[in-house]
Design a protein around this ligand. Sequence first.
Ligand code: T46
Length: 140
Amino acid sequence: MQYQIINIKTVQTRKEGQLSFFEGAHDFPFTIKRIYYIHHVPAGAKRGAHAHKTLQQMLFCPYGSVTIFLSDGEKTEEIHLDNPSIGIVLQPGLWRDMLWNIDNSVLCVAADQYYDESDYIRDYDEYINYLKVQKEEANI
Ligand code: T46
């Protein structure tokens, strides 16, 4: 499955609390062009239900708990983002669903491209067909 879990650098500060950070060229496999975050979502709500053709993204949850369900058309995996020091880098071509486990959890995303709706595949049958065509093209 085309994703990596990354440890976000976190320091125990002299003041109460911890501070987590990442630096573009040092800690990232891509150049960040866009950051967005999803908030005010009630527990039990689901989002996602799409794949990206080319977009790479890093997802992390600085507050709360969100489960990410991934599929590559054959296998499925789920990752629990409930630690502000953990992120996942998703490569293109993965179907994703997200489940909010706790009210008002925040899901932050750093992306390597500007928003472009034409990069989304939002229909699962279309996604399976897209993967099939990709495989056929790779074998030519
Ligand atoms: C993803 C997961 C993890 C914008 O106008 N600009 C943006 O940068 C984004 C990300 C979205 N939008 C608009 C497009 C839709 O009209 O916001 C609306 C909701 O987007 P969507 O239904 O795709 O949201 P999610 O939470 O299902 O998915 C989002 C990202 O879109 C997606 O790339 O991988 O978070």
